[in-house]
Write a new protein. Structure first.
Length: 402
């Protein structure tokens, strides 16, 4: 036994489980019960021997011999059992100290029931944790709702800062008023209704080409405005009104000191013709468009939308508004072939003549118009005289009737 203890064989090391510890206690208890039973048997045997001693000497002698042999055998067995009992706790203690694996007998029914109860309690604990995990989302959502409700009750929920950028001509105050954003509106509702506010601001000013609104945490709304470019100015005797690139005329005049050095002057007020003119002129090359200084409406009996374009070099171009896109791109080619201060007529075809011819034609046209006017006056006078004579005749005829 000593040699076996001194040997150091490699074994797998682990801690005793709860079941092994209980099984070990059960084995110790069982050994104690067996020892008490053996002692009880030894006591009964002793009493039997005393009873036998009261018999004959021979029988006593034989009985003593037998008792001696039996006692010797029992003593040897007791010594072996005591050695085993002394050795077993030492080995168990040694293995517990070294935390080595021991193999025990099969567990009893009581221990199996205890183990099942422990597993059941453990399972119930796991189920409780599962219910707790299921309740966590509900608790989180309820907390967020409570915090949001508390936020809506604070003044912070209605704070708004609206910042405008990109607007040079559009009035910022007018845009904010037309947007219908109110001070008592919540920040959240302002964010949700931003498309409606943008639509209101688009129609608030003719300058607005496009507009967008973005939200910046926590209370800032940034409004980016894109404006129409100025195409030209509608010129009257006193004021200049901007004409935008979409053909709309702004009703607010521009001060003379704020006008650019060079700009296109439009001297007719028909808004529909102005829109058509801007649309047509936007489709021709910029090299031709930039040479135009002023535009005057000069309708004829055949062409109602005929206009006179005065170029920066003094050249005049007669062209219908509806044909600007088709005919005006040829201006640069024709301009190289004519003299200065010439006229390019694009009403019916495309031909040119100089200023003297233009003056002659203008004089002829004026005289023709005057002659037509005189004929019209004479015809009116003749018709008036005939009407008076008819009236006199009627009166003359009515007198005898009376």
């Amino acid at each position: 036994m000593t040699d076996k203890k001194n040997q150091k064989t490699p074994k797998e090391v682990t801690k005793l489980s709860e079941w092994q510890r209980r099984n070990q206690e059960y084995q110790k208890k069982k050994q104690l019960e067996e020892q008490e039973e053996k002692e009880k048997k030894a006591q009964e045997e002793k009493e039997r021997q005393e009873f036998l001693n009261q018999k004959t000497p021979s029988e006593n002698l034989d009985a003593e011999e037998q008792n001696a042999e039996t006692t010797e055998e029992e003593n040897v067995a007791d010594v072996a059992e005591e050695g085993l009992q002394e050795t077993l706790p030492e080995e168990v203690e040694e293995e517990a100290e070294e935390e080595k694996i021991i193999y025990l007998a099969e567990p009893s029914e009581a221990m199996l029931e205890e183990e099942e109860l422990a597993k059941k309690a453990k399972k119930e604990g796991q189920i409780a944790r599962r219910h707790l995990y299921r309740a966590i989302p509900v608790l989180v959502i309820s907390t967020l709702i409570a915090l949001f409700s508390a936020y809506l009750l604070t003044p912070l929920a209605k704070q708004k800062v609206v910042e405008f950028s990109g607007n040079k001509n559009a009035d910022q105050t007018l845009l904010f008023e037309k947007s219908q954003i109110k001070n008592q509106d919540y920040t959240l509702t302002t964010f949700l209704n931003r498309d409606r506010y943008v639509a209101n601001m688009k129609v608030a000013s003719p300058w607005v080409k496009d507009i967008s609104m973005t939200y910046a945490f926590p209370t800032t709304f940034k409004v980016q405005v894109e404006e129409y470019q100025v195409f030209g100015y509608y010129v009257t005797e006193e004021d200049h009104y901007p004409i935008l690139e979409n053909g709309e005329v702004v009703e607010t005049p521009v001060a003379t000191d704020q006008l650019p050095k060079s700009y296109l002057s439009v001297r007719f007020s028909d808004r529909e013709l102005v829109r058509q003119f801007v649309k047509q002129l936007g489709k021709i090359p910029s090299s031709v468009r930039d040479e135009i200084e002023s535009v005057d409406l000069a309708p004829s009996k055949v062409t109602k939308d005929l206009v006179t374009l005065t170029m920066k070099d003094g050249t005049k171009v007669l062209v219908p508004i509806s044909q600007i896109k088709r005919k005006l791109p040829y201006y640069n080619q024709i301009r190289k072939l004519i003299e200065d201060n010439s006229v390019i007529d694009m009403e019916a075809g495309i031909y040119s003549y100089n200023a003297e011819t233009m003056a002659t034609l203008a004089q002829e046209k004026k005289e023709k118009e005057q002659g037509e006017g005189n004929k019209t006056e004479e015809a009116d006078a003749n018709s008036t005289d005939s009407d008076e004579s008819a009236v006199a005749t009627e009166q003359h005829e009515e007198v005898p009737a009376e």
